[in-house]
Design a protein around this ligand. Sequence first.
Ligand code: UDP
Ligand code: MG
Length: 171
Amino acid sequence: MAVEQILILIKPDGIRKSLTGNVLTKLSQLEMAIIGAKVVKVSKELAEAHYYQLKDKPFFGELLDYIQGRIYGGETWDRVLAFVYQGVDAVARTRKIVGLTNPEEADPISIRGSYGRITTKGVYENVIHCSSDVSEAEREIKLWFKPQEIVRKIYATKKIEVNKEEKIVWE
Ligand code: UDP
Ligand code: MG
């Protein structure tokens, strides 16, 4: 039993379907603490960095459009909600209630099983992202959040000087 952090994203389909409240209610069953939260308009660079492990997959282009909300057209749904949660065994417990990647294979009462779908283009629109393991969680949290945006000290930081001003960044 270890206290862990996890990055959770409510993806553009979750926002578009007005599922934010439902998803947060399901997550609250785990009694974890929210230690960071924000709305993010996802750039192509951030999308590519987030999903770098999937860059050779045939669906990578579609996946980038999905996480940026571009598949819904225009700028109406071009955002995600990003959260850092902290709790005991956060990663495994969250993955369990989030459910399998493919919403058709996910437990029907999991978040993805309840609310996900497969688009006609074959993308798994599965409402929510959560980090797959503790080291991915650290990489993803450092990618999406600055140290000052998280209310607990979770990873080592360092001070750097930019234009004669001191800044605190991830080490
Ligand atoms: N994905 C997809 N088709 C696949 C595999 C993945 O559309 O065959 C999408 C899906 O939205 C998934 C994301 O790519 O959530 C990242 O894939 P990963 O294998 O990391 O699954 P996750 O960690 O999200 O369960
Ligand atoms: Mg993953």
